[in-house]
Design a protein around this ligand. Structure first.
Ligand SMILES: Nc1ncnc2c1ncn2[C@@H]1O[C@H](COP(=O)(O)OP(=O)(O)OP(=O)(O)O)[C@@H](O)[C@H]1O
Length: 252
């Protein structure tokens, strides 16, 4: 594993326009190449905000981010060419087929139809979607859409992949297909940063976990160390409850 941080986050804060509080409050993180980094936290903790900043989708109010040794503010476009993003909301066109959607997303990365054809078929097959390749997305289940959404983010073989709750609202089979794919991508060198509320899944998948609450990183370690260092914790869920409390986090 390359020991230089792939992502360096220095003193990032974010206050949305009109908001009276910080959604991110002086976050500092270093993420090395080859990690599967799980960003975990209750609703409203700041996970999507942080991922959106790292992908260059929104700007922080203060602080600096460097990715691949490049300054995110100065070299947003260069960085974006080498990252993959799988957003929480489906980015898919319901009236197009799975294959048509994927050709469209691949073309955004300057890939030709000839380049994309075998890549799309191979990912569709790996995720159990080849028989449905030419069916319209509007006929797909949530789990199928999540799998197509994942493929859309990896067609250009990014070095670094961001995923915002990639397994939310899917059945166990889809969840397994997605996590297996993520493990395979990581095995061939893709660094993965992802958010999830599935703590069991994060415990299995992540090499490193950061727990975020009220915009602050409150703990960071391997799942095994977080569990062994928390009194009476048997799993990551126990650690999570110990650190973030039992209070409900509803907001509107
Ligand atoms: N566009 C926005 N304008 C104002 N406030 C926002 C905006 N987006 C998010 N927030 C607020 O910032 C805080 C962090 O939100 P964020 O979506 O990053 O949390 P999260 O950890 O991803 O939550 P969830 O698990 O519910 O997806 C919340 O209090 C949220 O209401």
């Amino acid at each position: 594993m390359d020991q230089n941080p792939l992502i360096q986050i220095k003193n990032i804060s974010k206050q949305y326009k009109g908001a009276t509080f910080l959604s991110l409050d002086n976050v500092n993180l270093e993420i090395k190449s080859g990690e599967v980094y799980g960003l975990l936290g209750p609703n409203g903790a700041g996970k999507t905000t942080l991922i959106s900043i790292l992908c260059g989708l929104i700007k922080p109010s203060s602080g600096d981010v460097s990715i691949f040794g490049k300054d995110l503010k100065q070299e947003t476009k260069e960085i974006q060419k080498e990252i993959g993003v799988v957003p929480q909301e489906y980015a898919l066109y319901p009236k197009l087929t799975a294959r048509e959607n994927l050709f469209y997303f691949g073309s955004m990365f300057g890939m030709t139809k000839a380049q994309l054809k075998p890549i799309i078929s191979s990912h569709l097959e790996a995720l159990g979607l080849l028989p449905f390749a030419d069916k319209k997305i509007k006929t797909f289940s949530g789990g199928m859409k999540r799998r197509v959404n994942l493929i859309a983010g990896i067609l250009h073989d990014p070095k670094l992949l961001f995923l915002d709750e990639p397994t939310v609202g899917v059945d166990v089979q889809s969840k397994q297909a997605i996590t297996t794919k993520l493990k395979e991508l990581n095995d061939v060198g893709t660094t993965i940063i992802y958010t999830s509320h599935h703590l069991r899944e994060a415990q299995d998948l992540c090499s490193l976990v950061g727990i975020i609450d009220s915009g602050k990183i409150i703990a960071e370690n391997t799942p095994a160390k977080l569990i062994s260092e928390t009194k009476d914790a048997r799993n990551l869920e126990d650690v999570f409850i110990e650190l973030t409390g039992r209070e409900l986090r509803d907001y509107a």
